[in-house]
Unconditional design. Structure first.
Length: 116
């Protein structure tokens, strides 16, 4: 079992930055791929970014490519999402997820609000 706890959300002006963190419990953290999804009000949950277990491969949604960076520290059981040049359309609840092949585990989410 893996438990995920997100932090770092908040209110920021457009053009600003935030760094989200996701702390994971469980000894097998380093064996899991990790990802971030988000869900805006009235919209479906959408993929944001993903990172392989080693951190060597990363993937991004086109909407955040060049602005967001996903990284992980397996020694600290933590994955990060650095978000720069934030836009009002980035406003959403951001969820951390983990899994071996599929996304099996999900956090409770952290709210990110970008004001114009």
């Amino acid at each position: 079992q893996v438990q995920l706890v997100e932090s770092g959300g908040g209110l920021v002006q457009a053009g600003g930055s935030l760094r989200l963190s996701c702390a994971a419990s469980g000894r097998t953290f380093s064996r899991y791929r990790m990802g971030w999804f988000r869900q805006a009000p009235g919209k479906e949950r959408e993929f944001v970014a993903d990172i392989s277990w080693s951190g060597g491969k990363t993937y991004y949604a086109d909407s955040v490519k060049g602005r967001f960076t996903i990284s992980r520290n397996n020694a600290k059981n933590t994955v990060y999402l650095q978000m720069n040049s934030l836009k009002p359309e980035d406003t959403a609840v951001y969820y951390c997820t983990a899994g071996a092949l599929n996304y099996d585990y999900w956090g409770q989410g952290t709210q990110v609000t970008v004001s114009s």
